[in-house]
Design a protein around this ligand. Structure first.
Ligand code: NAP
Length: 313
């Protein structure tokens, strides 16, 4: 595969950045990868694993001479980092990010980038409940979507080049408006995470169900909630603080549907429940047909399929 960038700077060296580094290395997609993370421990781990060529002690040092800079830190940390790296970016460089929310990141990052630097926000819909530099793997983005949300700071050439990188890392790439992205993600990822956190929290509070019973019998639906609810607390705190409007909109709709189901249960309205569950089953079929999950029973756990790969973040 042909090299796409000369020097890539990864700001943040966790799950997403390390997976990108592995995939870039595997494909020969850049000549050189420099990394920066806030703690010396993470920087040392990245060097030890060897998915970066070097690490730097500041973000400003990392971006010098880079033609692609990737912000791969929690959404709430991006603005300050952009302010720090802004004056050190090379003319003609592209800055991108992988944040799970787009409007807030654009508002926080764009004002700090000098003229002559392109900004192409992005979001790979791929992840696991693990985090940190040891959690990455080269195939994380394989057959997953990566959404780019170009702004007036995105030149067509910069968008096309970044698209080639994501495609070379195995992703399917789509472009959409940042506001639309945030609404779509509130439906397919952010609100489901909040529901999973809530369900696990409810089980935790229920004194009548002992901890050992929750763990012992969790092979039912609850197990999947616990996996989602194990996701990184900092990342998800920032997602809800920054995608407030869309999440509240979807949560409002969710609550209405929940009350309707609650009422159907109280009234013994079997047809309502059956019709509802028939519709939701069709949604699941659509996801399998689109190749976004396995049709194997129990998500293929018995068949040795990776159980830690979630369809979307
Ligand atoms: P992660 O594994 O927790 O890694 C976060 C990295 O950011 C760490 O290397 C951390 O460094 C660094 N960091 C945190 N705050 C920082 C700061 N103030 N300055 C410099 N570095 C800082 O997180 P991740 O899962 O890769 O997520 C990164 C981004 O990708 C987030 O914006 C998230 O919304 C997005 N995303 C995540 C997923 C997912 O499923 N995980 C999927 C798609 C997109 P230290 O280790 O030194 O603290």
């Amino acid at each position: 595969m042909p090299q796409i960038y000369d020097r890539v700077a990864l700001i943040g060296l966790g799950l997403i950045a390390s997976s990108m580094a592995h995939a870039i290395r595997r494909g020969g997609l850049a000549r050189d990868i420099t990394g920066y993370a806030q703690t010396a421990e993470t920087r040392a781990t990245a060097l030890e694993i060897g998915f970066v060529d070097r690490v730097t002690e500041t973000a400003a040092q990392a971006v010098q001479g880079a033609d692609l800079v990737v912000l791969a830190v929690p959404v709430g940390a991006m603005g300050n980092l952009a302010a720090e790296i802004g004056p050190h970016l090379a003319p003609g460089a592209t800055v991108t990010d992988v944040g799970s929310v787009k409007q807030a990141v654009i508002a926080a990052v764009a004002p700090h980038l000098p003229p002559g630097v392109a900004f192409v926000p992005g979001h790979p819909l791929a992840g696991t409940e693990y985090s940190g530099p040891r959690s990455g793997f080269a195939t994380l983005f394989q057959n997953r979507w990566c959404l780019l949300t170009p702004t007036e700071r995105s030149t067509p050439a910069a968008v096309a080049r970044l698209r080639r990188l994501w495609e070379a890392m195995g992703s399917n790439v789509d472009e959409m408006d940042a506001a639309h992205h945030d609404l779509v993600l509130a439906v397919v990822s952010h609100t489901p995470h909040l529901i999973a956190y809530t369900m696990v929290g409810v089980a935790d509070h229920l004194q009548q169900v002992s901890n050992s019973e929750v763990i012992k019998y969790s092979a039912s639906g609850f197990r999947d909630f616990t996996r989602i609810a194990a996701s990184d607390p900092t990342m998800w705190r920032d997602v809800f603080l920054t995608n407030k409007e869309a999440t509240l909109d979807i949560l409002g709709r969710f609550t209405e549907e929940l009350f309707a189901l609650q009422r159907a249960i109280r009234l013994g309205d079997g047809p309502h429940l059956h019709e509802y569950f028939t519709r939701t089953r069709a949604v699941r079929r659509g996801i399998i047909e689109a190749g976004q999950d396995t049709a194997a029973p129990d998500f293929g756990r018995g068949a040795g399929v990776r159980a830690d790969t979630k369809p979307a973040e």
